[in-house]
Write a protein that binds this ligand. Structure first.
Ligand code: M6R
Length: 615
């Protein structure tokens, strides 16, 4: 939550900051602000509640003198509402220092009391202002911004990325991080800081991810990293595998529409280089292969959509690898006394790799002795770096708050992991593994076919735009799809939606069915398990008998469904494990179209942010 960008170089920083904030706005859009410093030490700040466009319009109406050093922030409010006053930057040292923050300073109340007792005045309700005032005081004592920040971070508890500039140090931006992300963009005669690489990918693809409890000082020609104790740290340079155009909307109506259209490519890229001669090859696991041979249990951790792809992974891992798998919401795992040990493999799933709930759960599992493997989409993200191994999904940047292509890519990565384990344990014949891999290789074309149902979905969504509640049913691998369909609808169209395991219907949820109630049903292929198929068809009959309006997502030509469904969304014939990947796309499109039909902002739903980097 909250997007942060910093710049030092030889050009006006405002363009860089606003461009970076535009690409980081998915992290929060309650307010935005910038601080700009010129070579003569003139420090100007501007901040406005609302979207970035409000700030940008204001800067056009009343230009701020530009400078070659600057910091910018886009906020997802935690402490204090989304007002101009609570927007960042916050000031310290009598207005000579500007500071921005992502995270939550948990001990801010006691620090604030201390500062008030010393005569400081506060102009906001934020926890951030405490840090600004403290760094201001420390600067007065040290005369050096890096040292000042170092002194202050030692006193802060919680999660923070802080960036600061000081009027007396033009050409310097200092950043510090604990439990929140920060990456350095390396340029020629200029350097950048950002919450993620999207902040500066337009200018450079070279980056260094800053580690936990580290401080960085950037100048136009230098980058210095040190730990909180002042020891120098060597940063490891990497290169972003995509360019700025991948994070642009192009001609699409929304990032979400674009990202759904990229699902075939996401599948292709996640498979790329990982299948050879009918076998899965995951060199990423080489370093922990020996340990993996001895594990007796897998715990999959994630939040939201990532937890649903994890559930899909459970079915595949248990079927192929024959290892018991539990799937748990990361935030629940963290706050109980989980039983894990060195024979447990933790598989964490996170598109951003920065979700705080997941990160903390991974750390807790590691502390208890478990091995950790992450499935991550963002290169160099904290969860990836803190895990013993990482399988990157290579789905490309996902900008829309609603996760779409990441879900599909995560499931593919989990399937690869399941097949890899099956190879290791000899639990599935080689021909069957080769068969699944072959099926996976055809998935991108089949996706294209599914994406062709767009018009049918649009019509359905328009017809349903006044709907107040929608239910989703699925069994087996269709169940996570039902959960995901419901989540998409809630977050995008603000409609009450619930996903149920179809077998659970008669244990309560069927009471919700009344005449006209729309119910999406994910129907398994009769060719996979005839028994499962007939159970779901029976469930459809049960709800239909009570007046439900049934929208079935079913294999093309599934005649058994036709008499009972009001609408059938056809998906191509694929093997059972691949069905959920195709079935989820129409549900994603449905949520998008319904939100659009209601005139809502599809990419930036209310109250949400893309990366949940606070608990
Ligand atoms: O970045 P992550 O995959 O860790 O994010 C996890 C969830 O916050 C995320 O999937 C969320 O549920 C999406 N907004 C759902 O569309």
């Amino acid at each position: 939550m909250c997007g942060i960008v910093g710049y030092v170089g030889d050009r006006g920083s405002l363009d860089v900051l606003l461009g970076g904030l535009g690409r980081l706005e998915y992290r929060g859009y309650d307010s935005a602000g910038v601080a700009v410093l010129d070579a003569e030490g003139h420090l100007g700040t501007r901040k406005r509640a609302g979207r970035l466009s409000v700030l940008a319009d204001n800067l056009i109406a009343e230009p701020l003198p530009d400078g070659a050093t600057g910091i910018g922030h886009t906020r997802w409010a935690t402490h204090g509402g989304p007002t101009d006053g609570n927007a960042h930057p916050h000031l310290g040292d009598d207005g000579k220092l500007a500071l921005i923050h992502n995270g939550i300073i948990e001990n801010f109340a006691e620090l604030k009391a201390e500062l008030l007792a010393q005569g400081d005045e506060f102009t906001s309700e934020t926890d951030t202002e405490v840090a600004a005032l403290l760094v201001g005081r420390a600067y007065r004592e040290t005369g050096d911004l890096t040292e000042a920040l170092r002194r202050v971070v030692a006193r802060l508890e919680g999660a923070f990325t802080l960036l600061a500039v000081h009027r007396d140090q033009p050409g310097v931006v200092v950043g510090a991080r604990r439990n929140s992300p920060l990456v350095i963009g390396l340029g020629e005669g200029e350097n950048f800081l950002g919450s993620d690489v999207a902040a500066f990918v337009e200018h450079t693809r070279r980056f260094v991810a800053i580690g936990q409890d580290q401080i960085v000082t950037i100048r136009p020609d230098s980058v210095e990293i040190s730990d909180f104790d002042g020891n120098a740290v060597e940063g490891e340079e990497s290169e972003v595998s995509w360019d700025a155009s991948a994070a642009e909307k192009g001609g699409w109506s929304s990032f979400m529409a674009k990202e759904i259209s990229e699902e075939p490519e996401a599948v292709r890229n996640t498979l790329l280089g990982r299948v050879h001669d009918g076998r899965v090859v995951l060199p990423e696991l080489d370093g922990i292969a020996e340990v993996l041979a001895g594990i007796d249990r897998i715990v999959v951790l994630g939040a939201g959509t990532a937890s649903y792809s994890g559930l899909l992974g459970k079915y595949a891992l248990e079927e192929w690898a024959r290892i018991p798998v539990e799937v748990e919401l990361a935030h629940e795992f963290h706050y109980r006394s989980p039983v894990v040990n060195e024979r447990t493999l933790i598989v964490s799933i996170s598109q951003s790799g920065e979700t705080m709930d997941t990160l903390l759960a991974v750390r807790e599992a590691a502390r208890l002795g478990a091995k950790t493997l992450s499935i991550c989409n963002t290169q160099g993200a904290t969860i990836a770096r803190e895990s013993d191994a990482v399988i990157y999904t290579h789905a490309g940047p996902e900008v829309a708050v609603a996760s779409t292509k990441a879900f599909v890519a995560q499931a593919v990565a989990l399937y690869l992991l399941g097949l890899w384990f099956a190879q290791l344990r000899g639990s599935v014949p080689a021909e069957r593994i080769a068969g699944v891999l072959d099926d996976l290789s055809h998935l991108p074309e089949q996706f294209q076919e599914v994406l062709g149902v767009e018009e049918q979905i649009r019509t359905l969504a328009r017809w349903m735009s006044d709907t107040r509640a929608v239910l989703f049913l699925g069994r087996n691998v269709g169940y996570p799809v039902a959960l995901e369909g419901a989540l998409k609808l809630k977050e995008l169209a603000y409609i009450h939606a619930e996903g149920f395991a179809a077998g659970e219907l008669k244990h309560g949820p069927i009471a919700l069915i009344e005449p006209g109630q729309p119910v999406f049903v994910v129907v398994p292929s009769p060719r996979g398990s005839a028994k499962l198929h007939s159970k779901v068809v029976s469930n459809i009959q049960e709800i239909r008998a009570r007046g439900a309006r049934v929208i079935a997502i079913a294999e093309k030509g599934d005649a058994a469904v036709l008499p009972y469904a009001d609408e059938v969304i056809p998906i191509p014939l694929v093997s059972p494990f691949l069905e959920p990947l195709l079935a989820v796309a129409p549900l994603q499109m449905f949520a998008l179209e319904l939100a659009a039909a209601k005139g809502l902002d599809v990419d930036k739903p209310r109250n949400l942010a893309k990366s949940v980097t606070v608990e």
